[in-house]
Ligand binder design. Structure first.
Ligand code: TXA
Ligand code: MG
Length: 312
């Protein structure tokens, strides 16, 4: 286990530290320090109207950010926190506008990672976007963070992240809770806990004029290589293939996931980065539709990320 003292001191002195969560690495700054939060936007090249998620280590910290905690939130927190579910609440006036991009809501979650929890328990709540430059794939390894921000950047190395895709973002301020960004916890799991049908709103929000979740309007997760999705019939040398069944062509540029969507989620962003590092001109992902019943939530989440990467 890495010694966190130096990282805790950095955060307390208004600096930024990258840390692992169960989803992807985050770029952490003190949620009450405007200068530190500004540094995050500058470092990432992130538009100011794209709000940040506040990461807490304890439910009690919610009260400093959230005006009123609905019953539905209590149920969801009991069921899924710590874990990859971000909840959007009506915010308290004291929450910095820098965090919310001027919205009257604030997004929070408790990450399910011992290093993240130890860090936040010592620093207090941290805002933490994914620790990548805007437009790059989210980092799932410490090396990805260093590749975006330089070899000297302070990053707490927790190895490869377990889930590999960002948390589900659920808006609790609408009449019916709506998923703004799909993740490992999906409509079924959330609907079961709440006893109602919830809305899987990710693609709709992208097209509305004032997006509920501003992050959805920006192109994300795109490697330099072209990304293709669908059936694969012929294989070329300078393309990386992520396939679902064994092929005679199997070689270094053909990786078979056998429909294991958990593994594909874990590795997708690393594969995107590898395509660029290794100089492939494209990455071609074979359809995962056959596995949508086995992994309904990951299927939605993967498809959302893949479609963004294909530029659809
Ligand atoms: O898994 C994750 O959520 C990772 C790890 C580090 O926790 N964090 C992450 O942060 O993905 P970021 O900043 O890359 O994405 C945050 C998303 C954006 O799409 C943003 O628009 C949305 O959450 N969001 C943040 N605050 C919001 C709010 N008040 N209302 C609606 N959407 C919000
Ligand atoms: Mg991000």
């Amino acid at each position: 286990m890495p010694d966190l003292n130096k990282y805790i001191d950095l955060i307390k002195s208004g600096d930024i530290v990258a840390f692992p969560t169960e989803t992807v690495y985050g770029l952490g700054a003190d949620a009450w320090n405007p200068a530190a939060i500004k540094k995050i936007f500058e470092l990432k090249g992130r538009p100011a109207d794209n709000p940040l998620i506040v990461h807490i280590s304890d439910k009690n910290q919610l009260n400093d950010f959230v005006a009123q905690i609905p019953d539905s939130a209590q149920k969801l927190m009991d069921a899924f926190w710590p874990g990859p579910l971000t909840l959007v609440f009506k915010k308290k006036p004291a929450v910095l506008d820098l965090i919310t991009g001027g919205l009257n809501t604030v997004a929070l979650r408790i990450p399910d990672h011992s290093l993240a929890i130890e860090l936040i328990s010592n620093t207090g709540p941290l805002v933490a976007p994914s620790a990548n430059k805007s437009g790059h794939p989210s980092p799932t390894k410490a090396a990805h963070v260093l590749s975006d921000f330089g070899a000297d950047f302070p990053v707490i190395d927790g190895g490869a992240t377990e889930i590999g895709l960002e948390s589900t973002v659920l808006d609790l301020t609408a009449k019916v809770p709506a998923i703004l960004r799909p993740g490992k916890i999906g409509v079924q799991e959330i609907g079961n806990v709440l006893g109602i049908e919830i809305e899987a709103g990710s693609s709709q929000t992208e097209k509305t004029e004032i997006p509920k979740s501003p992050g959805q309007k920006y192109s994300h997760y795109k490697p330099k290589a072209e990304v293709y999705y669908g059936d694969i019939s012929n294989f070329e040398k300078n393309t990386l293939y992520l396939v679902q069944r064994e092929r005679i062509e199997s070689s270094k540029n053909v990786i078979n996931y056998s429909g294991d969507l958990e593994l594909l989620s874990q590795e997708l962003y690393d594969r995107f980065r590898q395509t660029d590092i290794k100089g492939f001109k494209a990455v071609s992902i074979e359809s995962i539709e056959d596995y949508c019943y086995q992994y309904p939530s990951l299927y939605d989440a993967l498809l959302n990320r893949i479609e963004k990467a294909t530029g659809k």
